[in-house]
Design a protein around this ligand. Structure first.
Ligand code: OGA
Ligand code: MN
Length: 296
């Protein structure tokens, strides 16, 4: 491939914006009016209660003509829902026995600042359930820890609401981004079943997310992913190139709520998400056995 046809790389470099500040006016922003959603999800009251969704209204879900199979659900979470998920990502998921990128021991921090702890300063990822081996790019069925029940429920219920009834989440990667972190263009093909959706839930600061097609010479769509937004890669888009070239400050508006004076446990987490982005990436790895029918 010659350099000029790598439209994915061109766009990645443009939005990474190290040389020139990128113009963000063409980046899809779900908070701006004028974009019509085509699908509405109807969670039950019990779903809303358990998953932290806003109750009493349908949830908008967007499709993209240029990206068949891609679905985006802009923040369905309440303020409390966001706080609960952010807390799980910082307090539970990176705990032993789950592997992380850092060899520093997991600290129990009750006051002060998470960011003064080397563990949280170094934290870039943790894996849950079946652990992805970053070197072999494979999943070893022997190398697993329990998949968190609540995360399984979130992904499974969303899958059901979208009509994917035989989906079984088995592995998750939680990514922790500092404001200058990026994630290069890639396809998630380590899983052996690519017919099932991939769920990606983001919290904290905003990302510019790029998603293209099956080759790097497809010009990717650029969209903002804000706190609470859920991306679902199904069908063709399950194996599409995607990347995060830029993390941006969210500004004053915080969907996880203002800092509550006196709530020190939350304030520690609020301080962390004030300059980080968190992404939970949930995958089914293996196909179901023919005998397993989850669609009942
Ligand atoms: C990944 C991934 C996207 C994001 O972890 O494979 O593509 O929005 N993450 O952080
Ligand atoms: Mn990915």
């Amino acid at each position: 491939m010659n350099g000029n046809s790598d439209l994915f790389k061109q766009e990645f470099k443009y939005y990474k914006g190290r040389a020139v500040r990128p113009d963000l006016s063409k980046v899809i922003d779900f908070e701006k009016r004028g974009i019509k959603s085509s699908i509405f999800l109807e969670p039950t009251e019990a779903d809303c209660e358990r998953l932290g969704f806003i109750s009493g209204s349908k949830i908008c879900c967007y499709e993209f003509p240029a990206n068949p199979g891609l679905l985006v659900v802009p923040n369905p979470f309440t303020v409390d829902g966001q706080r609960v998920w952010i807390s799980k990502c910082l307090r539970c998921y990176p705990m032993p026995p789950n592997p992380t990128n850092t060899s520093t021991a997991f600290p129990e921090v009750s006051h002060g600042s998470l960011q003064s702890e080397p563990f949280y300063r170094n934290l870039r990822w943790t894996t849950l359930g079946l652990h992805h081996d970053w070197n072999s790019k494979l999943y070893d069925p022997e190398h697993r820890s329990p998949f968190p029940e609540c995360l399984k429920e979130l992904a499974t219920r969303m899958a059901h609401l979208m009509g994917f009834c035989d989906y079984r989440p088995e592995a998750a990667i939680v990514n922790y981004y500092a404001m200058d972190s990026t994630l290069g263009g890639h396809v998630d093909h380590s899983e052996s079943d690519h017919t099932q959706p991939l769920f990606s839930v983001s919290f904290g600061q905003t990302a510019v997310f790029l998603i293209g097609g099956s080759s790097r010479n497809v010009r990717p769509t650029a969209m903002f992913l804000k706190s609470g937004d859920v991306v679902v890669m199904t069908g063709e888009s399950r194996l599409a190139y995607h990347a995060v070239p830029l993390v941006l400050p969210r500004g004053d508006d915080k969907p996880w709520g203002g800092t509550a004076t006196g709530d020190e446990a939350w304030n520690l987490l609020a301080d962390y998400v004030s300059n980080h982005r968190i992404n939970i990436n949930v995958r089914q790895v293996f196909p179901l056995d023919k005998s397993e029918n989850l669609c009942t």
